[in-house]
Design a protein around this ligand. Structure first.
Ligand SMILES: [Zn+2]
Length: 169
């Protein structure tokens, strides 16, 4: 697979190229970066110290932030993306224009497999995910690029259809 191109939020021509490609305004891109980075400060991660912030921009222009929440029972900790989506969905916000993720690492922080599936539930396949690193560099991929051949609500038939499809024995 070809390397993913990395851009810098400080570079105006990079920002211009990005907003054109993904249909955002420059202010939306800058805000997505600022809020994703700021959301990290509210992470509860005493065990890993790995702070992650996530920000959602809804199709109605609302901003929703989340951060990772760990637990002494390590395995049940929750990622920033799922915290943000849970907040949004339970506030009645279910359609999104962009997702931002930021962490304190040199790599542009990409959502884990579980979060990709969680994002897939509520976002169009072409929704861009902006993955920021600690230096303000970012890579952008759509959820269909991050999760090819994905399974989502649109491919899940109703229980009645599944029942009717069962072979009779
Ligand atoms: Zn995750």
């Amino acid at each position: 697979m070809a390397a993913i191109k990395t851009y810098s939020i400080q570079n105006p021509s990079h920002r211009e190229e990005t907003v054109k490609k993904y249909g955002l305004t420059e202010n939306e891109l800058l805000t997505l970066h600022e809020r994703s980075v700021a959301a990290k400060s509210r992470a509860y991660c005493p065990y890993s110290k790995f702070r992650v912030g996530a920000t959602l921009l809804s199709n109605n222009g609302q901003w929703i932030d989340g951060a990772n929440v760990e637990n002494a029972s390590y395995g049940i900790g929750t990622c920033a993306e799922r915290v943000a989506l849970g907040k949004a969905v339970t506030e009645g916000i279910r359609s999104f224009k962009a997702v931002g993720v930021a962490a304190d690492i040199e790599a542009t922080c990409s959502p884990c497999g579980a979060c990709r599936q969680f994002i897939r539930e509520f976002c169009d396949l072409e929704t861009p995910i902006f993955m920021f690193n600690i230096k303000g560099e970012y890579a952008t991929m759509t959820i269909s690029e991050l999760l090819p051949l994905s399974f989502g609500p649109d491919v899940l038939p109703s229980p009645e259809v599944l029942e009717a499809n069962r072979p009779q024995t």
